[in-house]
Design a protein around this ligand. Structure first.
Ligand SMILES: Cc1ncc(COP(=O)(O)O)c(C=O)c1O
Ligand SMILES: N[C@@H](CCCC[NH3+])C(=O)O
Length: 428
């Protein structure tokens, strides 16, 4: 079921026409469907029913407070990678003990903030981090519950910039060095090892890398137990893919079956950290055509969303489906065009060589599957205000993060006093 569909010739998010939102909020804007978010959550919830497993939503995919709150209310914990994300999870009402803190480079000050807040699990990724965390926990008179994230050296078969489980990637401790790390952790008085973690990459469309990685980590768990370590939790990470073009990602229930089969008999509580799969298809980016520029070799449709709003096309050569907000006639001719933004970079495009019905200035377009790694990766390059975020729920909609004004963007900056004085002197 699509939560973004044409009704009466106009693209709607659930019961709200995108053109209505555009009139009120301006363009570009991100729009999320609450029903779509609930539906993707439900798929996970159904698949883990009756098992010893929990879902910690990976905030990095979309850290909009309303989105986090929606999942939190449905029972999600959170997977965070910074104190900023921790603050967001807590502000949205997720209990600290349901938060897992991942990340390859946590600073002592961040670890301290996490322990002070009572974060439930810290996934440690290096021997150096074990020592720092032990020292910080000691200062606070606390014992930190940790897992050690291992790097199982498995090719996830995804884009090279978002694969994380090969030994040449910076993440986790090499599985071959893991026993040493666990022994070290056990010797540190302020740490309590509760399990093992992995995360092999993002936008995975095949289950075999998960299977292969779990098989490796499973034998590690058995070895660790033989060596006397208590391993109660197995954090599988996130990574499940979504549809951008014609991918066929596995269903959540097939994924859970594979995980269930490969972890059977281990007696571990499982943690899943899905991000993209929960939010990706539940969000779109809406933009207005500024002008159309026919060229000698191609036609450029210049829109008011740019690489600063959605960086995925230029960063990962990612393909996002783009459709006009006003439904084209079924027999409408198409033209091949590049959909580009106003930024001063040739890499500023949302799509290249795309066949679309002819578009004209003032028309709206919708970029699909933009709910994950869209707004969170936006910048204000070229001093462009961050696009606002809107959530639709049935026939209601609300702006959850407004567009900042230019004044708000520049008002926190300061010109050093000596420059102000020098300027006055020059003028004088
Ligand atoms: C440790 C960890 N967990 C979870 C995720 C979420 O990944 P995804 O959005 O692909 O589900 C990531 C990002 O890839 C991650 O680094
Ligand atoms: N930012 C990436 C995903 C990175 C996953 C984080 N470890 C994307 O847009 O596909």
């Amino acid at each position: 079921m699509s939560f973004f569909a044409y009704k009466n010739g106009e693209m709607h998010a659930e019961g709200v026409a995108l053109a209505t939102i555009a009139r009120q909020v301006g363009t570009p804007f991100y729009c999320y469907s609450a029903a779509a978010l609930r539906a993707s959550w439900q798929e996970f919830a159904d698949a883990i029913k009756g098992t010893n497993a929990r879902i910690c939503y990976a905030l990095k995919a979309n850290s909009n407070l309303a989105v986090i709150k929606l999942f939190g209310d449905l029972g999600a914990g959170a997977d965070i990678v910074s104190v900023g994300e921790m603050r967001r999870a807590l502000a949205a009402g997720i209990r600290a003990d349901r938060i897992v803190y991942s990340g390859v480079g946590k600073k002592a000050s961040e670890l301290m903030a996490a322990l002070e807040a009572g974060i439930g699990q810290i996934n440690v990724e290096s021997s150096a981090e074990l020592e720092v965390l032990n020292a910080v926990a000691g200062q606070l008179g606390k014992k930190a519950d940790i897992t050690i994230r291992v790097n199982p050296d498995i090719d996830a078969g995804t884009h090279e910039k978002i694969t994380t489980g090969r030994k040449e990637n910076k993440f986790g401790i090499d599985i071959d060095l893991a026993t040493e790390a666990f022994a070290k952790a056990a010797s540190l008085p302020n740490l309590r090892v509760v399990g093992v973690a992995m995360h092999i990459g993002s936008q995975l469309t095949s289950l075999s890398p998960y299977r292969d990685a779990i098989v490796r980590v499973r034998s590690l768990i058995q070895e660790l137990r033989t060596a006397g370590h208590r391993i109660d939790r197995f954090d599988i990470g996130g990574g499940l893919g979504i549809v951008y073009a014609d991918e066929q990602p596995p269903s959540i229930s097939d994924f859970m079956q594979v995980v269930g089969k490969e972890t059977a008999g281990l007696g571990c509580e499982l943690t899943f950290e899905p991000g993209r799969r929960l939010v990706g298809e539940a969000g779109v980016l809406v933009s207005e055509v500024i002008l159309v520029k026919p060229g000698v070799s191609k036609t450029f449709v210049i829109v008011d969303a740019a690489m600063n709003d959605l960086i995925r096309p230029t960063l990962y050569d990612a393909w996002h489906d783009i459709v006009p907000v006003r439904e084209p006639r079924p027999d409408a001719a198409t033209i091949c065009c590049d959909i580009v933004g106003p930024i001063c970079e040739s890499g500023d495009y949302l799509a290249q060589n795309r066949d679309l019905p002819p578009l004209s200035a003032g028309e709206l377009i919708m970029v699909r599957s933009a709910g994950a790694y869209g707004a969170v990766m936006a910048s204000s390059y070229n001093s462009r205000p961050l696009a606002p975020e809107v959530i639709v729920d049935g026939t209601r909609f609300a702006v959850t993060r407004p567009r900042p004004t230019i004044d708000e963007m520049i008002s926190t900056e300061r010109i050093p006093p000596w420059m102000v004085q020098a300027g006055q002197a020059t003028k004088g």
